[in-house]
Design a protein. Structure first.
Length: 139
């Protein structure tokens, strides 16, 4: 079972790095050899590349906020989070589409793997269709 310390690392990423915009926290909790597996972003390799991909989402949506709905320690070194993201599309949150100015809310499930107190891998699934419908860029 993942430890409470592992769960605290994941929570810190959302509470501090994303919600408080303390980007130095990425360097503290994300491993340099981090790997993201995402249907939206594809495979992203490296802690700095992951940080830049998150910043790329925050820039067009400066009020983006992640609420951790569930944080579950799973087998071994794995932590699962169920999230709700809320924000306003002020800068073209969906790549290839102009800013809509509309608020949005969508859910996501993340499965994290940790090693030596750092995030080393993430499998990410988000309700992109709900997001696109709310922003009026999908039927």
């Amino acid at each position: 079972m993942a430890t409470d310390a592992d769960k605290a690392v994941v929570r810190r990423l959302f509470d501090e790095a994303i919600n408080q915009r303390r980007f130095d926290v990425f360097d503290e909790v994300v491993s340099a050899d981090f790997v993201l597996h995402s249907a939206l972003l594809g495979e992203v390799r490296g802690g700095e590349a992951y940080k830049q991909s998150v910043l790329g989402l925050l820039n067009p949506c400066p009020d983006l906020h992640a609420t951790v709905e569930d944080l579950i320690g799973a087998d071994g070194d794995t932590v699962v989070t169920r999230l709700t993201y809320r924000g306003t599309d002020t800068g073209g949150f969906i790549r290839g589409h102009a800013a809509t100015g509309k608020p949005f809310e969508f859910g996501a499930i993340y499965i994290w793997r940790l090693a030596n107190g750092k995030l080393v891998e993430l499998w990410q699934e988000a309700d992109r269709m709900r997001l696109m419908q709310q922003l009026g860029v999908a039927g």
